[in-house]
Every structure is written in C-alpha cells, then in structure tokens.
Design a binder for this molecule. Sequence first.
Ligand code: B12
Ligand code: SF4
Length: 555
Amino acid sequence: MQKKDKLKLLFIMPLPLSYDHVMRWDDLPDGKYRMNLHLVTPGLPNGPLAIAAYVQKYLPNTEIKIFDTSSYLLRLNSAIFERPLKYEEFVRKSLESLKEFNPDIIGFSCMFNGCYSGLSEYSAAAAEIFPDALITAGGHLAAALPERIFANNAAISAICFAEGEIPFLNLCRAAMEGNIESFLAESKSWLTQKKLAEGFKPGYEFIEDLDEIPPINADLLVFKEDYFIPNDLIFRSEAVQGKEIMMFPTRGCPNRCIFCASQNVHGHRVRHNSAERIKADILFYNQKYGVTHFVFFDDSFLYNRRGAIEALRFIGDHGWTATVPTPAFFAIDDEVAEAFAYAGIKVVEVNIENGNQDTLTNIIHKPSNLNRAEETIKHLHNHGILAAGTVLLGFPGETIRSMMKGLSRLKTMDIDVYIVWVVTPLPGSELWDMCIEKGYTSGELMSRYEDAAISTPDFSKELIQYLYYSYPKLLNFENNRYFRAGRWKEAYEFFQNPLCHSSFLVYYYLAKCAKNMGNDSLFRKHWEEYLMARKEETEGFPIYQKWAAKELPPL
Ligand code: B12
Ligand code: SF4
C-alpha cells in the first residue's frame, strides 16, 4: 500500500450462524421462492465500534463504516426470488452494496464459532471486489484459531490477537506511512501465516484505562437503526420499551471457568471505566440517540461494585431502566439487588452452571458455591426480581450419577426458571483444548449451539442431547412450585410469563393445567398450539422427535 494522508476502513460482521442454518425458502404457487429467515438478530458490534472510536480519536480524518451482514440479510427477508439465492450470490450482493466506499483496510470481526463456515466465501469475494484493500480479521474466534482461519481464507493477510484498539490504530499508522509489511512482521498482536509458521506467540496490548476509549459513534453503522431496538437474544421477563444500548464498562475476569472463552481476548486482570465516565456515557447515549434502556453485558460488571451501584442508581434516578443479564451471582448482595430493582430490573440470570458442588469446584472451576447461589436468590426475591438459573450439561469428568445428583439439588433451589444449555467447547477456552487433546469432540465449529458436541468415556453426546430436552421439562414444569403442589391456576398463570416460552413444552403444560382446571376450550387451544409448535421445532431433529413422543404422552 502506498503512503496515504487518510484511510478508509470497513469492518464486516459475518453471519454469526451459517447461511443454511438461518435460511428457509417458501415455495410460492407461481414457481418463485420467498426468503423466510429465522434466528437472525443483529447484535451491536461493540468491538469494531470501540476500535473505530479509538482510531478516530487519534486519526480523526479516518472514514469508517461498520457493515453487519445480519442486518443486510434481514433487508432481503420476504423478498421474492426466481430461485433460492445461493450463499456466494448473497455475499457478492452484500459487498457490492459497499463498492463505492472502496476501503483501504477491511477487518472481519469473527466472534462466534458460527462465523467460521461462511468466512472463506466472504474474504474471497472481498479480495475480488476490493483488490487493493488489506484484508484482516479479529475477534474471539479469530484470536483463538488463527491457523484454521488462515488455512481456509487465503485472502486474509493478518489476524489480530485479543483486543484490537491499539493494534488497529498502529496498523493504520503503518498503512499511512506505507510500511505495513515491516509493521506486521514486528507487531506483538498481529499474526501472519509466516509468523505462525515460525512459531510466533502473540502478546496482549491492552488499554489499561478504559476511559481512554471514547464513547461509540453509532453513525458509523451502515444499518444504525437496527441496533437500538431491544435485542431478542437477551433473556427477559417482559418487553423493553424504548431504545436500548449495550455497554461494556469492564473488561477481563479474574476467574478461570473451564468453558469460558472471553479471557483469551480480555485477560484475567479486570479493567474498568470510572463511575463518572459510565454516567457520562449514559447521558450521552440518551441525549444523542434517545436511549432509555441500558444493558451491561460485561463479564465483570459488579467487580467495580460501587461504580456499578452508582450507575444503576443514576439510571433509576432518571426514570430509565437497565438489564444486567449475566452478573457474577456471588457479587449480588442486598444492596446490589436493591440497586437492580431501582433500575427496573425484573429478572437476573444466576449462573449456577451445575447442581453438583464437586463438579462446580473440581471440573468447572467456578469460584463460588450453591449455598451462595441460594443467598443470591433470596436477595433477588426480596426485591421482587425473578431468578433465572443457567445450567450447562455435559462436562468431561461428569458421570450419569454425578449429573443425577446435580439434578436433584437443582430441584431444591428456589429458582423461578432454569435456562439449560449443552456445553459447547469454545476455542480459546480450557475446555476446547482438553476436548481436542482427548478426542472428546470432532473439532467441527458448529453453528448450532443447541447440539451436544462432547462424548467422553462416561457419556455419549446423544445422551446429553436427550438430557438437554428433559431438564427443562423436569425443572421448569414438573418441578414448578405451583405445578408440583397441584395449584393448577397459579401454575397456568406462571407459565404465561415469557420466561417459560422457550419451546413447545410450555403449550403442553398450559394444556395440562387447563385440563386439570376443567377448562376444556383452553385445553383444546393449547393442545393445538402444542402440536403445531412441536412439529415445527422438532422437524429434522430425530432425537428431539423421539424424546417428545416418549416423554410427552397425549393428555
Ligand atoms: C455481548 C455478547 C453477546 C450478545 C451480542 C454480541 C454481538 N455483537 O453480536 C448476545 C447476547 C446476542 C450474544 C449471544 C451469543 N453469544 Co455472546 N458474548 C457477548 C460478550 C459478553 C461481549 C461481546 C462484546 O461486545 N464485548 C465488548 C467488546 C468491546 O469486545 P469484543 O467484542 O471482544 O471486541 C474486541 C476484540 O474481540 C477485538 N475484535 C473484535 N472484532 C474485531 C475485528 C477486527 C478486525 C479486529 C482487529 C479486532 C476485533 O477487538 C475488540 C475491541 O477490543 C462476549 C464475551 C466477552 N466478554 O467478550 C460473549 C461471546 C462473544 N459470546 C459467545 C457465545 C458462545 C454466544 C452465544 C452462542 C451464546 C449461546 N449459547 O447462545 C450467542 C450466539 C450469538 C448469535 N448471534 O448467534 C462466546 C463466543 C465464543 C465462540 N467461539 O463462539 C463469547 C466469547 C462468550 C463466551 N462464552 O466465552 N453474545
Ligand atoms: S464464566 Fe464468567 S466468572 Fe467464569 S471466567 Fe468467564 S466471565 Fe469469569
């Protein structure tokens, strides 16, 4: 690249799930096809936005666009096509929409396993459409598996390890000086195929004081209007009114949970914004974008306890609301729960992960215990907040016996609703390294996080898949405090809460309550809903079909 006075940067968020996974085509009577998407939800690209804010602080002339493939795809939804649009065609179409911008540097933000399968077509098309651009990648997945990304994406010249603000700013400076090659060869963060082949190990270039990163500039988003809409993927008990934004005032976490991939990027030392800065950002996002709902998704939001409480009270004082979806539960005491309630929080995830303390301590390395989780639940309930317990199934080292012991313990906890996941080995986590080394997983980067991927000498992935379907039935419905006491009307009312509506199971249990209440018309309504939802949700999943046929007998 020649020396330049100013640069144009393009960040691209590839689809977080594979194209085939999200795409359905409706056959129309006239022989045409209508695009019918599901599971496509744009998520605020915080990484690229933070990098962009930092680069523009030092290089204000830089022009930046952030393009989210999910948003582009959503704009084609319901459109009619002569024949189904192939993935390669979609990729070209989306990049051609950016042709006039003609970037100098392209940065793919590869966060999720699901980004992997579609990246090669994207990077190849980018190289063809923008032949002079330097093509790079970064984000959690890219930082964890650079060898695979390079092997599959000939057009990608460099991959950034970990946080990208300092490395990207330095790359831009090198590009302006016209000495990219020597910069990449020497950089601590940037990986190239050559450096990897020589055994190079990257290091971190963290910003110590997060206040140095300016607030995000949403005007850089090509589809800005999509991001202030409350995000469907966040677990909540009721719809959020008004505009929402995700904020990350902390980075890093001192703990080392075996399944977590975050700290490969953010490290184990917690860095955070000052309380003053968090409040200033809240005001800024309200004044500039009309945001009234603030989501703190950072891993260690409560680490800076006073700052977090101050921010939540500040939000409450203004009559605005917050969500803190996944706080470290062991940091929640009465004062924190009170601040949550004051900021309008109605439900909080309590990341129990497992009901067996041995598994928690010796396998997962969770730095807390079930008794502490129970205290947290009490604090939340005292302030009228529902507790949603997350459970992960299928850790290597678990046995059927240890899982059943855990299940029994979970049934005794006063959790309102459980969210059950199978454990997915995420590149960058200790679990991924263990599973690859011991052959517990195929190493395929799956797009469906609902599919069990780990088999060990103690259990098969098919068994875990079966349990994954059974746990919500056993924990959320059979064990519901009203249902198990035969209080059908209260159970019926509880199951109406959106928190219970994660699958067709809810209609089965609504029907069951209605039947026990002697309300035949309600029973028939929910039974119909159940049959329809079950057919749709289990289609193509034989274990799920078998499970439903066996575990949900006709009522
Ligand atoms: C917010 C969040 C979400 C949001 C939305 C995220 C989005 N924008 O789409 C929601 C709730 C929707 C979500 C969902 C999921 N998430 Co999530 N999520 C996060 C979380 C907590 C924060 C991400 C973030 O915005 N951080 C703040 C910014 C500033 O940091 P950053 O994104 O890491 O960006 C920095 C670097 O990565 C790098 N960088 C990023 N892009 C680029 C690009 C270039 C070119 C360069 C140079 C650098 C670079 O520089 C950035 C600035 O320093 C992370 C964990 C974490 N703490 O990072 C998990 C995380 C990304 N999620 C994860 C997972 C697994 C999921 C789910 C699959 C969970 C599930 N089972 O359903 C879903 C799937 C999402 C989907 N769309 O299908 C994993 C991903 C690992 C993986 N290999 O797949 C993570 C790492 C958490 C974990 N479990 O370890 N998630
Ligand atoms: S799962 Fe949570 S507590 Fe555990 S290491 Fe990750 S961020 Fe920290």
